[in-house]
Design a binder for this molecule. Structure first.
Ligand code: SF4
Ligand code: SF4
Length: 320
């Protein structure tokens, strides 16, 4: 069977938030979940896309000339100036317009890399990983949408003696996750909700396999770190905080640690650049600071033997 190979949106160097130490983070394009607050919207769709920067666009019309699908057109706006219109529904993602644009007003999101190319790229920072207890994190999007690719990449990184973390929703069949345990130093997993109905309705996929897989990982002794994202109008409720506390209580001696991460707005601009600004329901939503959240933060103090960070304020300790 031919291995499904994902596009990569970015190989981010000197990453400090995706596991211990200084890391390189590989962002895989494609995710089966549809979190409406996602701050990496460019990694949701597995197909190539382009960013359009109106400020750089001179309305020269080169992109209109090469677009065969009618997705790009020029018109005269109400102020009698030329306007560029992009209809993403008609776009067949040929990327001809990106090549034609001489002003950098369009850039491709999602490029092909072989495993060897990725390894070569991340090896340039090997020295920093060694000194800081860092390594490489395979993130996304969802790396487990491409289990064979992720496994082969993790193996190749391990062969170079690098520390490997995988940032995942754990939404995948257990049989596809199990082979990764041998080659993965740390699994970083989000639990966004403990309510199956809410999870299915808002995120679009069932919660049960995610929680089952996390518990499987913990049961077989994999090194697991949990992210609890705090999202306004979704889970910033005492019921969710209580369930987070019981989860930590139950697995406090097995977990590598816990990160409480409040929703932030850093991804907002990207929705506009991808032409999805209208669909982003979290526009202008502010990070939450409620009494319930403050009480939750206070309650976490009883787990002072567990490595817990809040908004990334306390550094993550090296793996066990
Ligand atoms: S080719 Fe580039 S600068 Fe010219 S109209 Fe298209 S996006 Fe704008
Ligand atoms: S990527 Fe889309 S907008 Fe650009 S030339 Fe191809 S079809 Fe037209």
């Amino acid at each position: 069977m031919v291995m499904k190979t994902p596009l990569i949106t970015e190989i981010q160097r000197f990453s400090l938030q995706d596991g211990p130490g200084i890391r390189s983070t590989i962002f895989i394009k494609g995710c089966p979940l549809h979190c409406p607050w996602c701050h990496n919207p460019e990694t949701q769709d597995a197909q190539p896309e382009f960013y359009y920067y109106p400020d750089k666009c001179t309305r020269c019309g080169k992109c209109v000339e090469v677009c065969q699908s009618g997705a790009t057109s020029l018109s005269i706006g109400p102020n009698k100036q030329p306007e560029l219109n992009i209809d993403r529904k008609k776009c067949v993602r040929c990327m001809q317009c990106v090549e034609a644009c001489l002003y950098g007003a369009r850039t491709v999101v999602g490029k092909s890399f072989s495993i060897a190319e990725i390894v070569q790229e991340v090896l340039s920072d090997r020295l920093f990983y060694g000194h800081s207890g860092g390594g490489v994190t395979i993130s996304g999007g969802e790396p487990l949408m491409y289990p064979e690719f992720t496994l082969n990449l993790a193996r190749a990184l391990k062969e170079e003696g690098l520390d490997v973390a995988i940032e995942t929703s754990c939404f995948q069949k257990w049989a596809r996750i199990a082979p990764l345990v041998q080659t993965t130093d740390l699994f970083i997993v989000d639990i966004k909700s403990f309510d199956p109905q809410q999870h299915k309705k808002v995120i679009g996929k069932p919660l049960e396999p995610i929680l089952d897989n996390i518990q499987h990982l913990i049961a077989i002794g994999a090194n697991v770190r949990i992210h609890f994202p705090i999202i306004p109008d979704f889970n910033d409720l005492s019921s969710y905080f209580e369930q987070c506390l019981s989860f930590i209580d139950r697995f406090q001696h097995q977990l590598n640690g816990v990160d409480i991460l409040r929703y932030h707005v850093y991804g907002e601009k990207k929705y506009d650049l991808l032409g999805r600004g209208d669909t982003y329901t979290y526009k202008n939503v502010k990070p939450c600071i409620s009494n319930e959240l403050l009480m939750f933060a206070k309650a976490l103090k009883r787990f002072n033997h567990v490595n817990i960070t809040f908004d990334g304020i306390v550094g993550i300790k090296p793996n066990k």
